[in-house]
Design a protein around this ligand. Structure first.
Ligand code: ZN
Length: 98
């Protein structure tokens, strides 16, 4: 699999580190259910076929955090966005899902 970094161009998968689901949100520690929320946050995952939004780190390149929308059955990449754009709401894909 090759990933086209928005800053460096297309590079081998060997340059990247997978960092998990990009859609989960860290629980609020002030919530009375925080312990149960953290157990769910850390251990409970579904793994359906189809497109996933994933967090990747370009470790051997520009050190950018990226959000990939990838089909986990075919490995086809539908979009690659800088994670900072997603976090700031500047990503078109995030506007579509909001
Ligand atoms: Zn890069």
């Amino acid at each position: 699999m090759r990933i086209a970094c928005p800053y460096c161009g297309e590079r081998s998968l060997d340059e990247y580190l997978y960092s998990g689901d990009a859609t989960v949100r860290r629980p609020d520690t002030s919530n009375p259910t925080a312990i149960a929320d953290f157990v769910s946050y850390v251990y409970e995952r579904t793994n359906p076929p189809g497109q996933h939004r994933e967090l990747w780190y370009h470790a051997a390149g520009c050190h950018a955090w990226l959000v990939l929308t990838r089909d986990v059955s075919t490995h086809a990449i539908a979009s690659i966005e800088p994670a900072k754009d997603v976090a700031l709401g500047a990503s078109p894909a995030m506007k579509d899902t909001a």
